[in-house]
Design a protein around this ligand. Structure first.
Ligand code: C5P
Length: 234
């Protein structure tokens, strides 16, 4: 028998272009086995109605819109996102502590309490790109600095790679939420990811939740793939 969890660790990236394709896929899933991530493409195409429809089906939704603006604007955006009933949402830590504190106030004003996390350094950025935007230190130092700032600002966690997780876990403690993409089951294709770990390796490295897209969305049998991953980690 497959064990289920009140706190599913797998967050499936719904990287679809429209609501129809996303809902077709979601029909095959069970909200006790996973959560769902809605990002900028799907949200821009399908809007808050889709998010509300997914929430109504019982899924925990990570609204991955990475807000980054002046504090008042981010606060209002976070309040509006929280009112949709999402489980998790995020902002860019590089917006600074005033912006992150405003984001938290916005979340609290909604009367709901979704988990609020921050993006530190996008993994698409390398050292050269960081230097070009005026950041002198190493990528690893900048990730750590921004994660510490995130925690000081009162947020719940950060998005990070599994490789960054052990250091962040050590410095930021057991309760800080680490959400990690770049996960591939041992038998899955890499797609365009380069540094990947398996689901159980990611948890062993300190991840709290695992964002997984194509290994499940492109699977011939998504539910079976999801159940197999849960079997590996529960
Ligand atoms: O299909 P795959 O498992 O690679 O999808 C991973 C998801 O996580 C995608 O939605 C991708 O945009 C997101 N992501 C990532 N790496 C990051 C941040 C987000 O792969 N550093």
């Amino acid at each position: 028998m497959i064990k289920t969890s009140h706190d599913p660790k797998i967050v499936i990236a719904l990287d679809y272009a429209n609501a129809h394709d996303a809902l077709n896929f979601v029909e095959q899933l069970d909200p006790t086995l996973c959560r769902l991530k809605v990002g900028k493409e799907l949200f821009t195409a399908a809007g808050p109605q889709l998010v509300e429809a997914l929430v109504a089906k019982g899924f925990g939704i990570f609204l991955d819109l990475k807000f980054h603006d002046i504090p008042t604007t981010v606060a209002k955006a976070c309040e509006a996102a929280s009112r949709l009933g999402v489980w998790m949402l995020n902002v860019h830590a590089s917006g600074g502590s005033a912006m992150m504190e405003a984001a938290l106030e916005g979340v609290e004003r909604s009367g709901r309490k979704p988990t609020l996390i921050a993006v530190t350094v996008l993994t698409s950025m390398d050292q050269q790109m960081m230097n070009a935007i005026g950041v002198a230190g190493s990528v690893a130092d900048q990730v750590l600095n921004l994660a510490i700032l995130t925690q000081k600002s009162g947020l719940d966690g950060v998005v990070c790679s599994a490789q960054e997780a052990p250091t962040l876990r050590k410095v930021l403690g057991d309760k800080f939420c680490l959400v990690t993409p770049g996960i591939r089951p041992a038998d899955a294709a890499l797609d365009d990811q380069s540094r990947v770990v398996t689901p159980s390796q990611a948890l062993a490295l300190g991840s709290s939740y695992l964002v997984i897209g194509r290994p499940i969305t492109q699977s011939k049998n998504p539910l079976e793939t999801l159940k197999n991953i849960n079997k590996e980690i529960l």
